[in-house]
Design a protein around this ligand. Sequence first.
Ligand SMILES: *[C@@H]1O[C@H](CO)[C@@H](O)[C@H](O)[C@H]1NC(C)=O
Ligand SMILES: *[C@@H]1O[C@H](CO)[C@@H](O)[C@H](O)[C@H]1NC(C)=O
Ligand SMILES: *[C@@H]1O[C@H](CO)[C@@H](O)[C@H](O)[C@H]1NC(C)=O
Ligand SMILES: *[C@@H]1O[C@H](CO)[C@@H](O)[C@H](O)[C@H]1NC(C)=O
Ligand SMILES: [Cu+2]
Length: 584
Amino acid sequence: MGRSRNSVLVLACIYCCLLPQLIAGEGSAPVSDSSKSVCQDMVPSPKLEMFVDKLPRLKKIQVSDGKQLTLGAYKIKQKLHRDLPPTTLYAYGATAQTASYPGPTLEAIKDRPAHVRWENHIHDKDHMFKVDPTVMWANPKQKGVPTVTHLHGAEVASVYDGYPDAWFTASGEHGRAYTTQNYTYPNSQQPTMLWYHDHTFGITRLNILSGLTGLYIIRPKTKLPSWMPHKNYEVTLLLQDKALYANGSINFPTVGLSLDNHPHWCPEYFGDTILVNGKAWPFLVVKPRKYRFRLVNAGNARVYELSLSTPKTSFVQIGTDGGLLEHPMTLEMITVAPAERVDFIIDFSLVAGEDVILHNSALVPYPDGDPIFTPPSTRSLMMFKVKKFDADDSPNSPAIPQTLREADPVVSTEHALLRTHTMIEMADKDDFPTGSLLSNLTWMDPVTETPYLGSTEIWEFINLTPDAHPMHIHLIKFKVLNLQPFNLTLYEEGGCHRFEEHYRGPGSCISEGSIAPMVNHLGWKDTVVALPGHVTRLVLRWTPEYGGEFPFDATAKPGYLWHCHILDHEDNDMMRPIQVLRRL
Ligand SMILES: *[C@@H]1O[C@H](CO)[C@@H](O)[C@H](O)[C@H]1NC(C)=O
Ligand SMILES: *[C@@H]1O[C@H](CO)[C@@H](O)[C@H](O)[C@H]1NC(C)=O
Ligand SMILES: *[C@@H]1O[C@H](CO)[C@@H](O)[C@H](O)[C@H]1NC(C)=O
Ligand SMILES: *[C@@H]1O[C@H](CO)[C@@H](O)[C@H](O)[C@H]1NC(C)=O
Ligand SMILES: [Cu+2]
């Protein structure tokens, strides 16, 4: 969105292997007036002074103690900046008094299960944001604000996965896939940072933006290596962009773009106020030593390219969605799309006594962008105020080793099933987006992804839209195999329709060989950025990361799902079910 759309593309579903056939529909007049893409009752947020609030350190709750923790969704008020009145939010907490945005950080220990009872105490009859009834959603008959919580990245039984149709309201109404609110997380996967958030059918974008999100850390049973900064030197960062009114309320669009189709739905929500742990542009006082940061992008649609305001120090990325990387990477820039996590170390001993700003240079919609969505306020996220050396300081942590964990097993793809998925954006006669689809199917269409438990598959995402889509698959972690550019222009002109990796004959859209995964594709992933004009290929195993069996029945109902993690896309209608099957 936000750029000219050349044609309305309607494509055949090319689910699974062999000679995909794609059919391009009729073109329509391109629209290049970028003001037409401002789809929010979009007044700029109030100008607020940056770096005046302390970065909130999130409250922690231990969850591997065998007891059941109850976490409810509540309506709360919380100050998002020194100079703003309190903002009304929906937020998680153990009680109404302690509910906060973000919610408490849940801390688990590997292989020790956590029992969490999720409740809904939001008594509003109507959502605080405008629900678009033309976008299919939970739509409870007795009204209310439905919620259901997904632990993103968790290896968990599907009854506890926060299935979109397992929603429930404060008055006790619930969706067709609801069975229980008492969830068990086995924590059997590799130690890493997950995040929990609402996943209700058709209003996930509204519920997460309203504040229903928090962090979840699975810690190793063994002592951390000495090079790993921990305790006070480990800092979690939850990024979320919001648009705000001067009275503190969140500005969410009430007027859509394609009014005849979706009077309220907007293709992508971009806020001009950047919140970190619930404060707009906060600061953190740090000692001149190494710190570990564990960051998630919890925004609706905004991608960040993080950098530091000084060349004297840089990021050393040590982990991603699924835990530690095999080898650390020293980076000047880290790209993080919605739902992705990055684990990195900054050595502030190189900048003692200085102020260092965490900058963002990404253009959004990513990657080409439209300047109206990246005003100067989105270019800075937070500030580190680095103290001078003090004789009392404990010594800096030792050097980061070149190998962080054992190498991954080599997985043979010889017998892997290939599943080919197109991503298309539909538009109205004026070229305004009306929704996006995966393989031309909606959430309500019958399940087509039915992998066998224990099997290996290759998935390809053929991105035929102008934007990047961060694709998320529930239950498993995957590896990016490669990506391969194709000629989107030729495709849009109807000059080609085939995307096989090695085929270059008539009808092929492929213009060059496949290339290695990008830096932000490395390691165990559960969310991957699929760039426009590229085929992105993944290797998936329907097993835990290192093989073996899940400690639960992954073939049970209601099953899992895969979707775009741009929340506005996921809701309309870029989300599909998965049903894992047992091989007979
Ligand atoms: C895509 O799906 C729509 C709605 O089901 C259908 O009308 C259209 O024919 C499909 N397009 C192709 C190419 O299969
Ligand atoms: C869920 O947990 C609550 C609170 O501990 C308990 O009262 C209830 O019986 C549990 N429900 C089920 C189905 O286990
Ligand atoms: C805050 O201001 C906006 C814009 O003027 C208005 O629509 C909204 O009702 C106000 N909210 C409250 C709680 O006053
Ligand atoms: C892509 O296709 C267009 C339209 O046919 C053509 O003009 C262009 O040269 C092609 N680009 C590449 C890189 O092959
Ligand atoms: Cu998307």
